[in-house]
Design a protein around this ligand. Structure first.
Ligand SMILES: [Zn+2]
Ligand SMILES: [Zn+2]
Length: 745
C-alpha cells in the first residue's frame, strides 16, 4: 500500500510513500505521519491511499505515524480539500492550520470539586448544627436549596475555606463530595450559568418550528435568521441545538469573539452543561490537543467558539449557527489559508447534510442579497422579546451644536451630557461608544502642519496618555512622547488632536466625578479574562458608565443600561473602502440595540458631523431595510460584491521601487481576460506602507451576471498566479492572493 502525503510547505505537490506493513492498519486519510522529504524529516498529512504507486521506481517509506486514531472525519477532510482548492492554499498548509500542532502532548485537565446534598432525615442533627456550627449550617442550607451540584469554590461567601467545611459535612454524611474534570479555561469566558425559563413568543415559535422541520429532514439547508436586537435569538439557537442533540447529532456555534460574548456561553452552559466545549485562540497548545482528542472521542456534542471552531472534528454534525455573521473577525487574512469562516461553514454544512443558520440583526450585504435571491431561507424576528421597546434615537448635529455654543471641537454635546446625568440620578447605566482607542489619534506639527506618522507604516501615530507614549495601532511601534519631534521641521510644537477613548474617559471623569466609569478597549483588556470581568462588573451594576470601542457594541444584554451615546458616528465613514458605509451602519445600529433591553425605555444619542449622510440618517432611524436598499444599489452600480466576485493580489516588499516594478511586471504578464472581468491596478494600497513593507495591489472584479458561481474568476486567477506566487514567496517580495477580500485598503 502507498500513501500520498501533503506537507505544510508552500507547494501544491504531494509526495508518494510506501506504507510499512505494521502501520497499514492504523493509517487513514487525514492521519499525520513522519516521512523523509529531501534531507529533512517532516510531518505531513495523508491525502490519499493507493494500492499501486503512481510511478515506477523506488519509493521511500513512511517512518512513523503521529496520530493513532482518526483525527479528521471524512467530511472534515473534504472541507480541508475544498479550502485548499478555493483559497489556493497548499493542502499541507490548510491541514496545519486546522489541526492542533501535536495531538500526542499530554494535558491533564483541572479537576473541580463539587458538592451535592444527600437526603437525610436527621433533622435534629441539623438543628444542632445551627447552634453549634452556624457556618456549617449556612453552607449545608445553601447546598440543600440548590437543585444541582455546586462548585465548592463557589461557597466562599460563607467561609474562607469552604472545602474544609464541606469535608466536615461529608464526614457527617450530610453531603457528597466528588471531582469532575473541567473543560480548559471555559469559565474565564462565560458568565455564571443563567438558569431561566423562557416562553417563546409567536415569532420565536414560528422560527423555531422551521428550524426543527429542517433538522428533521437531515439535508443541507441554509438560513438567514434576521432578528432585531433583543429579539431572543440565543434562545432560538438553544432550542435548535436541543433538538439536534435529541436526534443524536452535534452542533457548532460560531461567535465573532468568544471573550466579548460571555453571556451566550454562560446561557449555553446552563442548558447543556458538560456536553459543551469552548474552542478559541486563548487555549494553550496542550489544551487544544486535549480538547480536539476529546471531541474526536465524542465527549463533547456542542462546540462554541471563534472562527476556527468551524473545523471541530465533531461526528454527525447536524447544525451550525453563526452569530453576528456580518462580523469581520470571521475572516482570517494571515496566516494562510485566507478564509472566511462563514463561507467555510456553509460548505461544511453542505458536506454534512446539516442545517446552517447565519444570524444577525444587521446581516452582511452578501447574506441579505443571497436571501433576496433565494439562496438563503429567510427567518425574521421583527419584534423585541417581551415588553422591550425600541430605543428612542436622538441625532445631534455637532456642527449646529458648535454654532449654538460657540465651542469648537466639543466632544460631549449638551444633550448627551444631560441624558447621562439623568441616568446617573435614576441609577441606570450608560454605554458610551467611541470607536478609536488611545487619547489622541492625530498628532500635528504646530509649525509646519505635518502629521506625525509611524516610521514603519503610512498611518498617523496615536498618543496614549496612560502610558504617555506614541503608539502605532498597526505595527505596535511605540515611542516616548518627549522624544518625538516633527519629522519634517524638527519642531517640538506638536498638537494632539482627534478623540480616542482615553480622552473621552478623562472628560467623563471630570464631568461626572461621582460616577464609576470603566473603559473597555484593546489597551485595558488584552486578556479575555479581563474583558469578561469588566462585563461582569457592568452586569452586576458595579459600573455606571461603560465606555469603549466597538468591543462593547454587540451581543451584550444589560437590562439596566438605558442610554447609549455614540461620540463620533462618522469615525471611519470616509475610508475609501466599498464596505465602510455598511460597517458604520452595522456598528451604530448594533450599539443602539444595547439600549433598553427589558421593560425600561431606552434612548440613544448619536453625535455626528454628517447628519445628512444616508448611512447616519438611516442608522438613526434604525431603518435597516432602507439602508440596505441604498447600499445594494450603490454596489450594483459599481459592480462591487455582492454583485461581483472579488479577488485581490497584494504585492509587498521592503524596497519601494522593486516592489512597484514587480507589481507592474505581474500586471503586464496577466493574460486571458474575459468579458465581465475588470482588472484595476496595480496601484499602491491605501495604507501604502505597513510594518516597513511597501504594498501594491491588483483588484479583479468578475460580475455575477456573467460568472454566476465565480468559477471563471477562480480559474483565471489560478491560471495566472499559481506559479507566480510560488516563485516570489521565496524572494524578498511576497505575493498574497485573497479571494473574497473583506477590504480593499
Ligand atoms: Zn513640522
Ligand atoms: Zn506602524
Amino acid at each position: 500500500m502507498f500513501a500520498e502525503v501533503a506537507f505544510p510547505i508552500s507547494n501544491f505537490k504531494t509526495f508518494t510513500y510506501a506504507i510499512p506493513r505494521d502501520l497499514s492498519k492504523k493509517i487513514h486519510i487525514g492521519s499525520r505521519v513522519k516521512a523523509p522529504l529531501g534531507k529533512r524529516k517532516l510531518i505531513g498529512i495523508i491525502v490519499n491511499i493507493l494500492e499501486t504507486p503512481p510511478y515506477k521506481g523506488e519509493t521511500k517509506s513512511i517512518e512513523d505515524i503521529i496520530d493513532d486514531f482518526q483525527v479528521v472525519t471524512p467530511e472534515l477532510w473534504k472541507l480541508i480539500s475544498w479550502i485548499s482548492n478555493y483559497y489556493m492554499t497548499p493542502l499541507g498548509q490548510v491541514a496545519k492550520t486546522v489541526l492542533p500542532n501535536n495531538l500526542s502532548t499530554r494535558y491533564k485537565p483541572l479537576k473541580i470539586l463539587f458538592v451535592e446534598s444527600i437526603l437525610s432525615e436527621k433533622k435534629t442533627n441539623i438543628e444542632l448544627l445551627k447552634k453549634r456550627a452556624p457556618k456549617q449550617y449556612e453552607i449545608l442550607n445553601k447546598i440543600q436549596l440548590s437543585k444541582s451540584p455546586l462548585k465548592v469554590s463557589s461557597l466562599t461567601e460563607y467561609s474562607s475555606n469552604p472545602s474544609q467545611i464541606c469535608k466536615i459535612l461529608s464526614g457527617k454524611k450530610l453531603v457528597r463530595l466528588f471531582e469532575k474534570e473541567s473543560i480548559p479555561s471555559s469559565s474565564a469566558f462565560s458568565f455564571d450559568p443563567v438558569d431561566k425559563k423562557i416562553i417563546f413568543n409567536q415569532d420565536q415559535e414560528r422560527v423555531s418550528k422551521s428550524l426543527k422541520q429542517s433538522l428533521e429532514n437531515e439535508v443541507y439547508m441554509p438560513f438567514l435568521l434576521h432578528g432585531v436586537t433583543g429579539s431572543g435569538k440565543t434562545e432560538i439557537y438553544i432550542e435548535a441545538v436541543r433538538y439536534c442533540l435529541k436526534q443524536g447529532r452535534t452542533a457548532i456555534i460560531l461567535l465573532p469573539e468568544i471573550s466579548l460574548t460571555p453571556q451566550i456561553s454562560g446561557r449555553f452552559k446552563s442548558v447543556f452543561g458538560d456536553t459543551i466545549a469552548l474552542w478559541h485562540s486563548k487555549l494553550t497548545q496542550r489544551q487544544r490537543s486535549w480538547t480536539w482528542k476529546e471531541i474526536c472521542k465524542g465527549s463533547y456534542k456542542v462546540i462554541i467558539g471563534a472562527r476556527s471552531a468551524v473545523f471541530s472534528p465533531l461526528k454527525k454534525l447536524g447544525l451550525v449557527v453563526i452569530d453576528e455573521e456580518q462580523e469581520a473577525s470571521f475572516r482570517q487574512d494571515s496566516p494562510m489559508p485566507r478564509y472566511h469562516a462563514r463561507d467555510v461553514a456553509l460548505m461544511r454544512a453542505k458536506f454534512n447534510n446539516a442545517v446552517i443558520v447565519l444570524a444577525s440583526a444587521t446581516p452582511s450585504l452578501e447574506s441579505y442579497y443571497n436571501y433576496l435571491n433565494e439562496k438563503l431561507n429567510y427567518l425574521y424576528l421583527p419584534n423585541r422579546y417581551g415588553d422591550a421597546k425600541y430605543p428612542v434615537v436622538h441625532l445631534v448635529d455637532m456642527l449646529e451644536e458648535q454654532n449654538d455654543t460657540g465651542k469648537f471641537g466639543q466632544i460631549i454635546s449638551g444633550l448627551l451630557q444631560d441624558k447621562i446625568e439623568e441616568r446617573l440620578n435614576n441609577k441606570e447605566q450608560i454605554i458610551i461608544l467611541q470607536n478609536r482607542r488611545g487619547f489622541s489619534p492625530v498628532i500635528r506639527c504646530g509649525d509646519c502642519g505635518q502629521i506625525i506618522i509611524c516610521p514603519y507604516c503610512n498611518v498617523s501615530i496615536s498618543y496614549h496618555i496612560k502610558t504617555d507614549n506614541l503608539l502605532c495601532h498597526f505595527c505596535g511601534h511605540s515611542k516616548v512622547k518627549l522624544d518625538q519631534n516633527c519629522s519634517d521641521c524638527n519642531s517640538k510644537n506638536l498638537h494632539y488632536s482627534g478623540t480616542g477613548t482615553q480622552k473621552v474617559e478623562i472628560l467623563l471623569r471630570d464631568t461626572f466625578p461621582k460616577a464609576s466609569i470603566q473603559r473597555l478597549d484593546m489597551d485595558t483588556s488584552l486578556s479575555g479574562r479581563n474583558i469578561t470581568n469588566i462585563l461582569k462588573a457592568f452586569n452586576n451594576g458595579e459600573i455606571d458608565i461603560l465606555l469603549g470601542t466597538q468591543m462593547i457594541a454587540k451581543g451584550l444584554d444589560f437590562p439596566n443600561a438605558t442610554l447609549v451615546g455614540i461620540i463620533n458616528a462618522d469615525q471611519g465613514l470616509y475610508l475609501p473602502d466599498f464596505r465602510s458605509g455598511e460597517r458604520i451602519f452595522q456598528l451604530i445600529y448594533q450599539a443602539s440595540g444595547r439600549s433598553g433591553r427589558r421593560n425600561k425605555q431606552g434612548e440613544v444619542v448619536i453625535q455626528t458631523y454628517s447628519s445628512e449622510n444616508p448611512v447616519i440618517k438611516s442608522a438613526s432611524m434604525l431603518d435597516m431595510k432602507k439602508y440596505y436598499e441604498i447600499a445594494l444599489k450603490e454596489r450594483e452600480e459599481l459592480d462591487y460584491p455582492p454583485y461581483s466576485w472579488l479577488a485581490k493580489i497584494e504585492i509587498t516588499g521592503s524596497n519601494q521601487e522593486n516592489t512597484s516594478l514587480l507589481a507592474i511586471n505581474i500586471a503586464q504578464a496577466i493574460n486571458g481576460d474575459y468579458t465581465g472581468l475588470s482588472i484595476l491596478g496595480p496601484v499602491p494600497c491605501y495604507i501604502e506602507k505597513l510594518r516597513n513593507n511597501y504594498r501594491f495591489q491588483i483588484i479583479f472584479k468578475s460580475v455575477k451576471t456573467l460568472d454566476p458561481n465565480g468559477k471563471k474568476l477562480h480559474s483565471f486567477i489560478n491560471r495566472n498566479f499559481n506559479h507566480i506566487s510560488q516563485k516570489h514567496q521565496i524572494g524578498k517580495a511576497r505575493i498574497k492572493i485573497h479571494f473574497d477580500p473583506l477590504s480593499l485598503i
